[in-house]
Ligand binder design. Structure first.
Ligand code: NDP
Length: 253
């Protein structure tokens, strides 16, 4: 995507990123901070989150807050409790990037371990839904809220061996479409990003034989992440955007 964001695109915006500790989420948090946003970092690993917060601080970004939430074990209650704590420190949320995700096993359906299947569904769908439900009141306090889910090409077209992950991303797309319609007359837009093959540890575990240098980095795909959080995408809702349009799904040759 060719998008030239203004340096102050996200000035005074309060943005929460899940899975902010690594990969695409880490990069998104740093990028949003560079464009003026106040970041709320969510993850399950305190040390890694603190490292991201320090990186933001060292670049002169606005003060951040880190909150621990393990999507594998979270419940509607723990998500509401977290949202309550956030509400004591922040008046609203202008953006939420649901980025955290679990790959699970890449193998045929008849070999998918049911326990891991449930874990993938819990992290990618159920936990993400519990958190969304808890954060909606804060998002509705914004005059231009943006709720962004993270999908995948296998969330639009099923592919052999992608089992629980593909099913969870179809569910993510569905959740986004339902919410977008429910909030279309309010100040809240709801969309999905499909990052496309990106150089992260999740990608490396899905395609261990792939040369990572053939892949875009998280930094390369940030223009779309910025556009969806800023005012330039204000009228868009209910859509899935490719961060790497035209890229063929699958292994990079
Ligand atoms: P990474 O594995 O690099 O990062 C995943 C992030 O999610 C990490 O911050 C991780 O935390 C967090 N996370 C995982 N499980 C949990 C959990 N139980 N509770 C809280 N946080 C958790 O993945 P990517 O950056 O590659 O992926 C980001 C998103 O993009 C995912 O939704 C993925 O499905 C999607 N995607 C990625 C593609 C790619 O090619 N990279 C392609 C298409 C979609 P921790 O640091 O503690 O491990």
């Amino acid at each position: 995507m060719h998008y030239q964001p203004k340096k102050d695109l996200l000035q005074n915006r309060i943005i929460l990123v899940t899975g902010a500790s690594d990969g695409i989420g880490r990069e998104a948090a740093l990028t949003y901070a560079r464009h003026g946003a106040r970041l709320i970092l969510l993850g399950r690993n305190e040390d890694k989150l603190r490292d991201v917060a320090q990186a933001i601080a060292s670049e002169g970004g606005a003060p951040t807050r880190e909150y621990i939430l393990d999507l594998l074990t979270c419940t509607p209650e723990s998500c509401r409790e977290l949202a309550g704590r956030i509400a004591t420190e922040y008046p609203r949320l202008d953006g939420v990037l649901h980025n955290a995700g679990l790959l699970g096993e890449v193998c045929p359906m008849d070999e998918q371990n049911p326990e891991i299947w449930q874990q993938v569904m819990q992290v990618n769908v159920n936990g993400t839904f519990f958190l969304t439900q808890a954060l909606l009141p804060l998002l509705l306090q914004s005059d231009s809220g943006s709720l962004v889910f993270t999908s995948s090409s296998v969330g639009r077209q099923g592919r052999a061996n992608w089992g629980a992950y593909a099913a969870s991303k179809f569910a993510t797309e569905g959740m986004m479409q339902v919410l977008a319609e429910e909030y279309q007359s309010r100040h809240l837009r709801v969309n999905c990003i499909n990052p496309g093959g990106t150089r992260t540890s999740m990608r490396a575990s899905a395609f261990p034989s792939e040369d990572p240098l053939k892949l875009k980095t998280p930094a390369d795909i940030m223009p779309l992440y910025l556009w969806l959080m800023g005012d330039d995408s204000r009228r868009k809702t209910g859509m899935t955007f490719d961060a790497q349009p035209g890229r063929k799904p699958g292994i990079s040759q």
